[in-house]
Design a protein around this ligand. Structure first.
Ligand code: SF4
Ligand code: SF4
Length: 292
């Protein structure tokens, strides 16, 4: 008799197509206010459609999908449709997307709320706090799971404190250490008061030679189907569309010196963060939240 699939058997798939445009203008981002030409947008849409076909056809694995576009995906109808479509597949455990939450949320009413989730980032200076919190309220009304986060720049701290106070306690607020910023003990304490897991982000994790789930039960997929173990090691290990990804999945040690991005180090085995996040791994919600 077949056993019911469980989270331990999930294949975590991080998908990133060519889209690299964004409606926001964050000073810390290379994709700020970037505009994609129409042919790139058409290619991004076609690539995503092909990927959705692969997910729909790959029913022998339980799949959990996180869309990690370079820019903002939810301003494009095809990403909204993808989240809705995948959320209804019985072999998809989770479908989540990283977003600035600028887009209206009503489309999520068509998604299965137990499966669809958002990883939302608040960008002070691009949107008012009231407007952002209003979007979060809409998600609560729809019963959709989401985390909210900020980049831990010193100039964001007061806004992050105010955001935490404005959000209901059930919403997890994460803080990403800012690239190139070294935190004093006092700064680390202040950010940790907002996000009890800030310690995971504040220093890069030494990873060379350490075992990582990436390439075994997590993969990164590009628009053309190129499969890599993670977004941070460029060597392909196979392709999604010729079936070579299946034989490529096996345990491997990391070949990079460090892993400093949450979507990577959550798979670094010695950190045991899959136990911390469990079913909330892709949308970044610790299983025990609201307890730290
Ligand atoms: S919202 Fe995200 S992708 Fe857009 S400019 Fe800001 S950091 Fe970059
Ligand atoms: S530790 Fe990070 S860089 Fe290394 S394989 Fe895992 S996800 Fe990739």
């Amino acid at each position: 008799m077949p056993t019911a699939p469980g989270p331990a058997e999930d294949l975590y798939v991080l998908y990133r197509g060519p889209l690299a445009s964004c409606n926001y203008d964050c000073p810390y981002c290379p994709f700020a206010k970037r505009v994609d030409p129409p042919d790139l947008l058409r290619a991004d849409r076609a690539d995503l459609e092909r990927f959705l076909g692969w997910v729909e056809a790959t029913t022998d694995r339980r799949l959990s999908v996180l869309f990690t576009p370079w820019g903002e995906g939810l301003t494009r109808s095809w990403y909204r449709d993808a989240v809705v479509r995948l959320s209804h597949l019985p072999h998809v455990g989770r479908v989540a997307i990283q977003t600035n939450l600028a887009t209206r949320t009503g489309w999520l009413a068509d998604a299965k709320p137990q499966v669809a989730a958002l990883w939302a980032t608040y960008h002070p200076g691009q949107v008012t706090r009231d407007r952002f919190v209003g979007r979060c309220r809409e998600l609560d009304g729809l019963g959709v799971r989401y985390s909210v986060g900020v980049v831990g720049l010193p100039e964001h701290h007061a806004e992050a404190v105010a955001l935490r106070a404005a959000l209901p306690p059930h919403v997890y607020l994460w803080v990403n250490a800012a690239d190139g910023h070294t935190y004093t003990a006092e700064e680390e304490r202040r950010w940790t008061a907002l996000d009890p897991r800030f310690g995971d982000s504040v220093r890069p994790h030494p990873s060379l030679g350490r075992p990582c789930h990436a390439g075994e039960t997590a993969i990164s997929v590009l628009g053309d189907g190129t499969v890599r173990r993670c977004h941070f090691i460029p060597d392909p290990i196979g392709n999604l569309y010729d079936g070579s990804w299946r034989a490529a999945l096996r345990p491997r040690p990391c070949t990079n010196d460090r892993c400093d991005c949450h979507i990577g180090y959550v798979h670094l085995k010695p950190l045991r963060l899959r136990e911390v996040y469990a079913a909330g791994l892709l949308e970044r919600i610790p299983a025990a939240w609201p307890s730290p």
